[in-house]
Design a protein around this ligand. Structure first.
Ligand code: UFG
Length: 324
């Protein structure tokens, strides 16, 4: 298939592009590089620097695209609370523009990077796709708005669509040929990459947001999914997408790890101390989030393989050391 990958210079988009190319697809990456680095785009993908808002320039009827995988967007829950307008623009307005551009060009297959943040504070765990969607941060709200738009587009205009609701994506893609694609955000806001910076001595202390949550050790619990496992699910979703249907799948491993447990894993993998500094809670953080991926397993035949947190952190560390 000929596929447009928005945000293909980002962490997940670049890994999925790699797997799509390996599977024989033609990949055109669209990325504005506002938060990403062109170096992550696979050399055998075509690269166009530009905004999703201008996707119609590439997504012409003549260009012959078979589908779009839409990764581009802002992902920091913390930032979405202080700068919500950026998230509504980059996630929702851009997403709606993309849906319009796809309709105009007759491109009727879409895989969308949705998020566990759509659910908000869960009423029961593990989270299934039937859980109530009530985001508690702007990030989740901006993504949920696009999910709803996709659902109506599928119903009314026969889009074949799959939204994949990611939990905490981590690790790094490590290819047989030595290619490593990892997580590098600017500014970095995620727990594991920041902890690795502390382990490497680039930062003095690990800022820890809150130790008074209603969890066994008082810190938040998240479900860490290895990026290569997550990426494999996209290829399955692309095959499974059916005209007129909007499917939603949660992608996680089904087990939660607390922030303290993650810091311990970073200490174990790196051999460093990782001193922490306890700070107040970060606004918009649910206490615990972990997935049931039973639906993805049953309907897509997808199973995560690298589920040990130490292995996930070890791959992230391999990437970190390559970069620094
Ligand atoms: N945390 C810290 N210190 C930091 C960074 C994070 O204590 O410097 C804590 C957070 O407060 C939170 C946990 O580590 O309790 C995880 O935070 P991240 O920022 O790494 O990730 P989030 O859980 O906020 O969000 C991530 C993705 C979202 C996705 C969500 C789903 O960024 O895109 O997981 O679970 F929606």
């Amino acid at each position: 298939m000929k596929l447009l990958v928005t945000g293909g210079a980002g962490f997940v988009g670049a890994v999925v592009s790699r797997l799509l190319l390996d599977a024989g697809h033609t990949v055109v990456v669209l990325d504005d590089l506002s938060r990403n680095d062109a170096a992550q785009v696979p050399a055998d993908a075509q690269f166009v620097q530009g905004r999703v808002q201008d996707a119609a320039e590439i997504l012409t009827p003549e260009a012959g695209f078979d589908g779009v995988l839409h990764f581009a967007g802002l992902i920091s829950a913390g930032e979405s609370m202080s700068l919500p307008e950026l998230h509504w623009e980059a996630n929702t307005r851009a997403g709606l523009n993309l849906i319009d551009a796809m309709r105009a060009a007759g491109v009727r297959r879409l895989i969308f990077s949705s998020t566990a943040a759509c659910y908000g504070e869960p009423s029961e765990l593990p989270l299934t796709e039937n859980a109530v969607t009530m985001p508690i941060n702007t990030y989740g709200a901006t993504k949920l708005a696009v999910d709803l738009a996709i659902a109506s587009e599928a119903r009314a205009h026969k889009l074949a669509a799959v939204s994949l609701r990611y939990f905490n994506v981590a690790g790094a893609y490590v290819g047989a040929d030595g290619t490593v694609i990892g997580e590098r955000h600017d500014p970095e806001t995620h727990l594991i990459p920041i902890a690795l910076e502390v382990a490497a001595g680039k930062r003095e202390k690990m800022p820890m947001f809150g130790d008074d949550y209603p969890t066994p050790d008082g810190t938040c619990i998240r479900d860490y999914i290895h990026v290569t496992d997550l990426a494999r699910a996209h290829l399955r979703a692309l095959e499974a997408a059916t005209p007129g249907e909007h499917r939603i799948y949660n992608l996680g491993v089904g087990t939660g790890f607390s922030n303290k447990q993650i810091i311990d894993a970073v200490r174990e993998v790196t051999g460093a101390d990782v001193p922490v500094e306890w700070l107040p809670r970060r606004p918009g953080d649910p206490a615990a989030l972990y997935a049931s991926s039973a639906k993805a397993q049953a309907e897509l035949g997808w199973t995560p393989e690298k589920t040990e947190v130490a292995d996930i952190v070890a791959d992230a560390w391999t990437f970190y050391r390559r970069q620094n």
